[in-house]
Design a protein around this ligand. Structure first.
Ligand code: ADP
Ligand code: ZN
Length: 435
């Protein structure tokens, strides 16, 4: 059975979606041109006026915005409404540098909640569910976003925030939580803790999880599903556009439907800025077409993915995006080779290790070094016949096959790599310290 929060819009015809998009885009560009001098300036430099946007294709005439533009305008240079209209701010987690502030009017908060409500309903949520929100609350968008979405669905919301994992599990049992929302790395940690407490998935009532805010692999999905006894759904978003809920997975789980009545998605070649056709891999560019306070036009997300227009068995008509295959700035260049941490994670999981690892990159005598610390499982560490140095060599070979460069693998004792309650830190690049 397929559930929708707003069937008429989530399953609207292509013509209807494009009609809404054009109407909203035209209005948005006028709003930004009139109220954001910085963007007006960029448009003037490109010699494009709001009246030039006659079809959706004309979007390509507009200038891009990047995180650097946002930082240059810190804190409120891109605000498009008077401050008295603003009801809330949120802020990025600062994974890649200085924080960015996003502003919301009452309308913007409502749209955001609607996007998250669609994700919760797609994961099977109803008003009879108990939605356990273990994303961090506060400036980070994860907690507040899913919280407001759950409120809109009418579910009972547990505003747990992250941390104090045993207490999380206690509440889960006492209150019968059915849907867990948190980062995938925290979900994995909760699963691990349940096992350590001597419990099994049968001791909790969870049926689904909505996990996002960081990259995670299909292998990790299967691990989490097993350890919590649930179906795990992906959700994507970024603070600049609202937070989680820009796109979400349906039961088909082949990509995340972008909420196209609120966002227009494009894929570009990150080097040339040229728009690429559906199906090609490139950088995701998003335009918020229904925001008042902090509308971003052609925002370069730096997330690399593919847009899939094919019909989805769930009935939703909004285009799907593949899982981001890493951020363009997540990518490490080691000895000239492009390396995404997710590639290393895939090899670890394929070889029976848990996703508890830390990558260290350094430069010694002008040569890049790659060290990967990986935790042993409890069973491996107790097994006197387990040959650590052989296992390290085998894992290093498997990673070399994937990446084409030789890493040094260090198998370390269980629980020695710090667990994440929010977004996991997987890489320490010491080369930057020398810059
Ligand atoms: P920061 O840039 O400080 O981390 P955010 O907290 O807004 O700011 O994070 C947004 C970014 O998180 C996205 O651009 C993307 O790289 C990553 N992200 C969010 N959801 C997912 C997801 N489901 N899968 C992979 N990456 C994701
Ligand atoms: Zn679908």
């Amino acid at each position: 059975m397929n559930n929708y929060f707003q069937e008429s819009i989530e399953c609207a015809s292509r013509e209807e979606i494009e009609r809404i998009q054009l109407e909203r885009l035209q209005k948005q560009v006028k709003h930004v041109y009139a109220n954001v001098p910085y963007y007006r300036n960029l448009m003037d430099q490109k010699n494009v006026k709001p009246e030039d946007i006659k079809t959706l294709k004309d979007l390509a005439k507009l200038p891009f915005l990047s995180k650097a533009d946002l930082r240059d305008n810190y804190p409120d240079g891109l605000l498009a409404v008077p401050k008295s209209e603003v009801r809330r701010i949120q802020s990025t987690s600062g994974t890649t540098g200085k924080r960015v502030i996003a502003f919301y009017t009452a309308h913007d908060l409502d749209v955001w909640a609607e996007c998250c409500a669609r994700a919760i309903v797609a994961a099977g949520g109803t008003k009879d569910d108990v939605v356990h929100v273990s994303y961090g609350y506060g400036l980070f968008t994860g907690g507040m976003g899913l919280h407001d979405g759950s409120y809109k669905v009418g579910s009972m919301t547990l505003p747990m925030s992250s941390g104090n994992t045993e207490r999380q599990i206690q509440f889960m049992r006492d209150l019968g939580s059915t849907i867990l929302c948190c980062t995938p790395s925290y979900a994995a940690y909760i699963g691990e803790t349940i096992k350590e407490m001597g419990l099994t998935p049968d001791d909790i009532k969870l049926k689904a999880g909505i996990f996002g805010a960081e990259p995670w692999t299909e292998n990790m999905r299967r691990d989490i599903e097993k350890s919590l006894g649930i179906k795990a759904y992906d959700i994507y978003g970024l603070t600049e556009l609202c937070g989680p809920g820009v796109s979400f997975e349906c039961s088909d789980q082949h990509g995340m439907h972008i909420n196209e009545d609120h966002f227009i998605a494009e894929i570009i070649d990150p080097d040339t800025g040229e728009v690429l056709p559906y199906g090609e891999k490139g950088e995701l560019v998003l335009t918020s077409i229904d925001k008042e306070a902090f509308p971003l036009i052609r925002y370069r997300t730096r997330d690399i993915c593919i847009l899939k227009p094919e019909k989805c068995p769930c009935g939703r008509t909004h285009v799907r995006m593949s899982k981001p295959m890493g951020r363009s700035d997540d990518m490490l260049i080691i000895r000239g080779v492009n390396v995404f941490p997710s590639q290393i994670e895939t090899v670890l999981l394929q070889n029976g290790y848990a996703p508890n690892y830390l990558i260290e990159v350094d430069r010694v005598n002008n040569t890049d070094t790659l060290d990967i610390n990986v935790e042993l499982s409890n069973e491996q560490s107790k097994d006197s016949l387990f040959n650590i140095s052989n296992a390290e060599k085998e894992l290093a070979n498997a990673i070399k096959t994937m990446l084409g460069i030789n890493p040094k693998v260090h198998l370390v004792q269980p629980k020695t790599i710090t667990r994440s309650e929010g977004k996991a830190v997987r890489v320490i690049d010491k080369r930057h310290l020398l810059d």
